[in-house]
Design a protein around this ligand. Structure first.
Ligand code: AHG
Ligand code: MN
Ligand code: MN
Length: 349
C-alpha cells in the first residue's frame, strides 16, 4: 500500500498532468498567437492550418484501422504522373485534402504528387487566394507494413489571375511559401509547421481529436550523429557523394538511419541532428524528390529551425521551379553536417 507521502507525490504527478491538460494549446489558437492578430490574413492562416490538421486526422484514422478494413492497403493498379505505382492510400489521402478544402472558401488550387495538373475548386476561386501543394502520403512503400508515413504541405498565395489555368505563378522559388510543414503518422500522429516564425510541433490527442502543442520554436542541433541515405544507390551516385559516405564509414560517431519515409527521417534529424540525403543518380540526375511539395516545404521547416537544405550547389529555397513536378537532389539537416557533404561536392568541382 502507498504511504501518505507517496500518495502526495502521486497526486502531485496528477496535478502536473492536469496542468498540462488544462493549458493545452490547439493548432488554430497557436497560429493566431504567432501572428498576434485577428486580422483576416491571420484568420485565413489559422483556418488553413486547421483544415490541414483535419486532413491529417482523417488519414491517421484510416491508417490506424488499415488492418481491420477491406480496400485500404495495396496498389490500385494505376501509375501516377511520376511513373510510380499508386497505392490505395495515396488516392484516399489525395482526395481527403481536396474534400477538406472544397468548402473552405480559402483554396482555389491544389497541386499534388498524385495529380498531373493542378486541381481547381472553381467555387472558391473568386475569393480563395491560396494554393495548397502537398504530398498526400510520403513513404508509400511503408504503407502495407504498418510503418511510419507522412504527409507534406506547403501554402502559397496565388499571384495574378491565372487566366490560362496553368498555375504558372507557381514557377517561383520556395521563399514564396507562406506556410509549410508535415504530418507524421508514427506511434502518435504529429503535425509540424512553420509560417516563417519558427517551427512548432503538435501531437494528436485522440481523446480530444485535437492537435495539441508539444514543442515551440524547435531548434535543430548544429551537428548530429545520424546520416540518412539509401546506400542501395551507392554505385548510382556521383563520386563526391560516395566519398562522403566513405568518410562517415571510417569516422567514429556516425550512425545510419533510413526508414523509407523522409518525413520520419527528417523529423528525427530535426530533433536530434544529422543529415538526410537524396542525391541524384546516374538514371535520375535530379534525384527522386519533388521540389514544390517535398523538398521546398521541408527546406522551409529546417531553415526555420536553424538548419540548412541544399541541392548540393544551391539552397533549395532559391531553386525556381520550371515545372509543377520538378525534382531536385536534397541534402538537408544540421548546419555542420550539410556543410560537410557540401565540402565533398565542392572538392569534386
Ligand atoms: P513518396 O512515397 O511520396 O513517393 O516518397 C518517397 C520518398 C521519400 O519519402 C523516401 O525517403 C524516399 O522516397 C525513398 O525512396 P527510395 O526507396 O528510393 O530510397
Ligand atoms: Mn514523398
Ligand atoms: Mn507520396
Amino acid at each position: 500500500m502507498a504511504t501518505a507521502s507517496e500518495y502526495k507525490d502521486l497526486s502531485m504527478v496528477g496535478a502536473a498532468n492536469d496542468g498540462l491538460d488544462r493549458d493545452c494549446t490547439t493548432l488554430s489558437r497557436h497560429v493566431l498567437q504567432q501572428l498576434q492578430s485577428f486580422s483576416p490574413e491571420a484568420q485565413d492562416l489559422s483556418a488553413l492550418m486547421n483544415r490541414i490538421g483535419l486532413a491529417g486526422k482523417l488519414v491517421a484514422r484510416r491508417l490506424s484501422r488499415a488492418g481491420l478494413m477491406e480496400g485500404v492497403l495495396g496498389f490500385t493498379g494505376e501509375v501516377n504522373v511520376q511513373g510510380e505505382s499508386v497505392k490505395k492510400m495515396d488516392v484516399y489521402a489525395n482526395d481527403v485534402f481536396i474534400s477538406v478544402f472544397k468548402q473552405s472558401g480559402l483554396v482555389c488550387r491544389l497541386a499534388s504528387e498524385e495529380m498531373d495538373e493542378p486541381y481547381y475548386i472553381p467555387e472558391n476561386c473568386p475569393v480563395g487566394r491560396y494554393t495548397l501543394l502537398y504530398d498526400p502520403i510520403d513513404g508509400s512503400s511503408n504503407t502495407d507494413t504498418n510503418l511510419s508515413l507522412g504527409s507534406i504541405f506547403s501554402i502559397r498565395k496565388q499571384e495574378g489571375e491565372d487566366l490560362d489555368g496553368k498555375a504558372s505563378d507557381l514557377h517561383s522559388s520556395g521563399r514564396n511559401q507562406i506556410a509549410a510543414g508535415y504530418i507524421l503518422y508514427g506511434p502518435s500522429t504529429m503535425l509540424v509547421y512553420t509560417i516563417g516564425r519558427g517551427v512548432h510541433s503538435f501531437t494528436l490527442d485522440p481523446s480530444l481529436g485535437e492537435f495539441i502543442l508539444t514543442e515551440e520554436n524547435i531548434k535543430i542541433p548544429d551537428q548530429g550523429s545520424v546520416y540518412s541515405v539509401n546506400e542501395g544507390n551507392f554505385w548510382q551516385w556521383d563520386e563526391s557523394i560516395r566519398e562522403y559516405v566513405r568518410y562517415v564509414h571510417r569516422t567514429e560517431g556516425y550512425t545510419a538511419r533510413y526508414s523509407g519515409a523522409m518525413v520520419s527521417d527528417i523529423h528525427r534529424v530535426l530533433l536530434q541532428g544529422g543529415v538526410f540525403l537524396y542525391p541524384g543518380t546516374v538514371k535520375k540526375p535530379e534525384g527522386k524528390l519533388r521540389l514544390l511539395y517535398e523538398t521546398a516545404p521541408l527546406a522551409f521547416v529546417i531553415e526555420q529551425a536553424g538548419g540548412r537544405a541544399t541541392t548540393g550547389t544551391m539552397d533549395i529555397l532559391d531553386v525556381v521551379a520550371e515545372k509543377l513536378h520538378q525534382r531536385t537532389p536534397l541534402i538537408i539537416g544540421s548546419k555542420q553536417d550539410v556543410a560537410k557533404v557540401e565540402s565533398f561536392i565542392q572538392k569534386s568541382h
